[in-house]
Design a protein around this ligand. Structure first.
Ligand SMILES: [Zn+2]
Ligand SMILES: [Zn+2]
Length: 278
């Protein structure tokens, strides 16, 4: 495991208390997220020296051709099923009422049935909110560990879907990086891979007309912008790490649920929902 990536997730767990203080209205979600991040860090640690049986050179060759590195529907997920049991048990302990119910339902299903539901989700990027949340929480650290071994130029992909798994990004962020100052990245909703994207371009429809793009900020959280495309009525948040260097984009997205409610009231659709369906 790349030390930076492993540290980023360990750091993510330490970010939770700050977010709970800053976003008291999201306390319940953040407590559940804490529980999930503990599971993630354990799985990442567990997989760090394990053979992942992925042909890395053909995965990287696919990225070169503009296709996602992994063919999710062809992946053998059986070796990772014990982790599914673990996250389902966690979700049935610390989830909200409907998540607990969903987790208990899945725990009672035969393995083949659950695998087929997961297969459908991975292929179509669709599932009901509770299953989607559980499947994403389960597979995220697994794909995160795999993604870490796949090399690609993060400044050359520039597409609106993930170079590793093909899912859409649920959040974006700006930071100074080795690629330049104030560079905008997208972060994958499924495997958390980051890649560069044009700062003023709509992630949904590719619109670059300035007068059809709006940016909204809420005073109490100025480091998070909502980028709204008036052409397709979609939005994504942009977390500015130059304003808060300790921010963790996927966590800030979950915590700032108030911005999603604001956007929903105005009939804007998020490019992709986060782990909790916002
Ligand atoms: Zn991905
Ligand atoms: Zn658009």
């Amino acid at each position: 495991m790349n030390i930076f990536k492993q540290k980023e997730r360990e750091f993510a767990l330490k970010r939770i208390p700050t977010l709970k203080e800053r976003f008291p209205e999201a306390k319940q979600i953040l407590e559940f997220l804490e529980c999930i991040l503990e599971y993630h860090n354990r799985v990442i640690e567990d997989l760090s020296d394990r053979d992942i049986s992925i042909d890395l050179s053909s995965a990287e060759a696919r990225i070169e051709k503009g296709k996602p590195a992994l063919k999710l529907k062809d992946m053998d997920l059986r070796p990772y099923l014990p982790y599914l049991r673990e996250i389902l048990t966690k979700a049935s302990d610390c989830g909200t009422e409907n998540i607990r119910e969903g987790a208990r339902f899945l725990l009672d299903q035969p393995e083949e049935e659950v695998l087929s539901l997961i297969g459908y989700f991975l292929e179509n990027q669709m599932a009901d909110d509770v299953s989607r949340m559980i499947f994403t929480a389960w597979i995220q650290p697994i794909l995160y560990s795999i993604a870490d071994r796949i090399s690609f130029n993060r400044d050359q992909w520039l597409k609106n879907f993930c170079p590793v798994c093909g899912f859409k990004p649920s959040v974006s962020f700006i930071m100074d990086s080795e690629e330049g100052e104030g560079v905008r990245f997208l972060r994958c909703s499924l495997c958390l891979t980051d890649w560069i994207y044009v700062r003023t371009k709509c992630v949904n429809c590719g619109n670059v007309e300035d007068d059809k793009m709006d940016y909204f900020v809420e005073k109490s959280m100025e480091y998070i912008q909502v980028q709204v495309c008036q052409k397709c009525k979609h939005y994504i948040k942009i977390v500015d790490l130059r304003k808060d260097g300790l921010a963790v984009p996927d966590l800030e997205d979950v915590a700032s649920v108030a911005l999603d409610l604001w956007a929903e009231e105005r009939d804007y659709t998020k490019i992709e929902k986060n782990l909790f369906g916002f």
